[in-house]
Design a protein around this ligand. Structure first.
Ligand code: ADP
Ligand code: ADP
Length: 226
């Protein structure tokens, strides 16, 4: 687990668009921070810079006690969850969960232990031998989260992970995410354009407008007294 800090972070894309503008943000150790705002306000860009998937144009990003500006994504000890699941169709759920650990050379015994723990936490135990095509959307999203959990990273970065699910599943997945966060206490940065998700998931919420930080506060204070 770790604190994440952005100090004076800018992103200017090659076309000249300033997607993120002088962003200062401190995400506390163990905090669930939601980045919210209208489409195009720079949420994904901010998250992708924390992940190392996008170069930063100015400023500093710190994870734990390390400045990560020049670190490759795989060296940042974070795990990212995407909205499109990105599961391997030819692998079973268990293989999907274990794949990242295998790449890192983790011994099979430890891999199995982590796969089973994550599957139990996510209610996926009875699906371990299935392929993604034989799962519901909600189950697939749980596998995508499981792949992040088994890594036991310092932080989770999530980009609209529920946006492909129907309304009913979103409600139950919000509850699962809350439980997971209570249980694991891993620092989480969660991007959404959905105010209900921001309100129900965030310890704090950061509102972005046109690349700038507009407000950062608890959901109660933001949405009760806007
Ligand atoms: P959000 O996640 O809030 O919808 P984004 O971070 O995706 O916003 O985009 C912020 C701004 O940067 C938008 O104006 C978008 O068009 C622009 N942008 C995003 N990705 C790129 C890119 N790869 N190249 C150029 N401009 C981009
Ligand atoms: P390999 O022999 O290439 O490791 P396996 O299909 O035996 O391929 O397993 C791949 C990974 O999936 C394993 O490392 C293991 O962690 C996980 N795995 C496979 N089957 C199960 C299972 N039934 N329960 C839990 N984890 C499993």
């Amino acid at each position: 687990m770790a604190q994440i800090r952005l100090d004076g972070v800018d992103k200017v894309y090659s076309g000249g668009v300033k997607a993120v503008d002088s962003l200062d943000l401190e995400i506390r150790d163990g905090e669930f921070m939601v980045l919210v705002g209208p489409s195009g306000c720079g949420k994904s860009t901010a998250l992708r810079m924390i992940a190392g998937l996008e170069d930063i144009s100015a400023g500093t990003i710190t994870i734990g006690d390390r400045v990560v500006n020049d670190l490759a994504p795989k060296d940042r000890d974070i795990a990212m969850v995407f909205q499109n699941y990105a599961l391997y169709p030819h692998m079973t759920v268990a293989q999907n969960l274990a794949f990242g650990l295998k790449l890192r050379g983790m011994p099979k015994e430890e891999r199995n232990k982590r796969v089973h723990e994550a599957a139990k936490m996510l209610g996926l135990e009875q699906f371990l031998e299935r392929k993604p095509a034989a799962l519901s959307g909600g189950q697939r999203q749980r596998v995508a989260m499981g792949r992040a959990i088994v890594r036991e990273p310092q932080a989770f970065l999530m980009d609209e992970p529920l946006s492909n699910l129907d309304a009913k599943l979103r409600v139950s997945m919000r509850a699962s995410l809350n439980q997971l966060h209570e249980r694991l206490g891993v620092t989480t940065v969660y991007v959404t354009h959905d105010q209900i998700e921001a309100m129900t998931l965030g310890n704090r919420v950061c509102v972005l407008r046109e690349g700038r930080l507009q407000q950062v506060d608890t959901p109660q204070r933001l949405f009760d007294h806007p």
